[in-house]
Design a protein around this ligand. Sequence first.
Ligand SMILES: *[C@@H]1O[C@H](CO)[C@@H](O)[C@H](O)[C@H]1NC(C)=O
Ligand SMILES: *[C@@H]1O[C@H](CO)[C@@H](O)[C@H](O)[C@H]1NC(C)=O
Length: 431
Amino acid sequence: MASTRLQLVFLAPIIALLVSSRALGAAAMAGSSLAAAQSGVFSLDSYGARGDGTHDDAQALSNAWKAACASPRPAVVLVPGGKRYLLSEVVKLSGPCRSASVTLTVQGTLVASPNRADWSDRDRRHWIVFRAVDGLTVNGGGVIDGNGETWWKNSCKINKALPCKEAPTALSFHYCTSLRVQDLKIVNSQQIHMSIEDCTNVQVAGLSITAPGTSPNTDGIHITRSNAVQVTNCKIKTGDDCISIENGTHNLHVSHVVCGPGHGISIGSLGDDDSRAEVSGITVDSVRLYGTTNGARIKTYQGGSGYARDITFQNMVMGGVKNPIIIDQSYCDRAKPCREQGSAVEVSNVVFRNIRGTTVTKDAIKLSCSRNAPCHGITLQNIDLRMEGGNGAAESTCQNAKWRKAGTVLPQPCTSQNETRRQVAATEQPL
Ligand SMILES: *[C@@H]1O[C@H](CO)[C@@H](O)[C@H](O)[C@H]1NC(C)=O
Ligand SMILES: *[C@@H]1O[C@H](CO)[C@@H](O)[C@H](O)[C@H]1NC(C)=O
């Protein structure tokens, strides 16, 4: 009995000390969050971030996000300028948030760990993920750096001896509504730079997305299962698609985008493994492509069902593009050849209008459609595509394509549904 009391007497000051230091810590935390709550700005530096590029600041970002997301007033999570914040794990920033709007302002740099072992096999597909946030803005003029070199070196596309494994998308948005992504540099992603999935009412503007032309699978912007999306004023130079438009995309408007190097603007691949695909209401306007493998492309696998329709590519300039205009309904990227099948994703009401520039292969216009589901309602209007350097004849080829011509179309389009037409290249015009 006595000894217990004695112990208590001895322990009491220690307990008091522990309690008070905890209280102090909490008070300090409460102080910073009180200041944040008043100003509405939740700086990573107030949540213990070092910003030295070596210590992991992922927890600081998560904590600042949680506080901002719980704020009753519009809140800003600030990544201060002039510093590099290392995020060496997957960071999930989830809603719903309490206030009607939350902003992540990146003035400095968020940089990913170069160490692939920092990703567990449980989730190798993501780095920074926003989920289920309404009224989210990401802006600030800063940099999101995927630090992807080690991932590229270990890609099976670069080193054929290695197994094919997934790599992270730098910036993902899942189930976000009223989303704005503006004024950011996204560089050297491990794989896709930015992915918009299951989102509605999205505005993307003023992005600069850059990775080497040789980096594997580094799509610029990937869009799927999303409605009412606008992408404008972006510069995208990567090793894969500039913008890839996948299944479930409806009402997408892309304008004033410059692409290249990379694989161009692609709708698809759709219908893989006999799946259903639905894509409609796509406009690609005032886009320039330089040195890309494709310009305006729609690609579907054999088999599959559904549709890709009401699509317009217009006011485009192509410089040294391999396949400026291409619909390919027998796309295959498998080791084994894909066999011909009875069904296909139906491609219809597609307009290619006011498209000029140069091609580096003779395939300027290629409408290669499925025998069982011919493309229909294809319009070619005011097109002028020539071999780069006046180097021979550009061609147009058509298989199973029901199309019409308006205005001048060079190379002269095929007259039947199944034909190849050559046109002797005239002198190249400056772009
Ligand atoms: C594509 O979207 C449609 C309609 O939303 C859906 O039924 C289909 O399963 C999706 N296909 C794939 C491959 O996810
Ligand atoms: C087009 O050519 C393919 C073979 O390349 C042939 O099977 C098909 O019947 C032709 N279609 C028409 C309309 O001539």
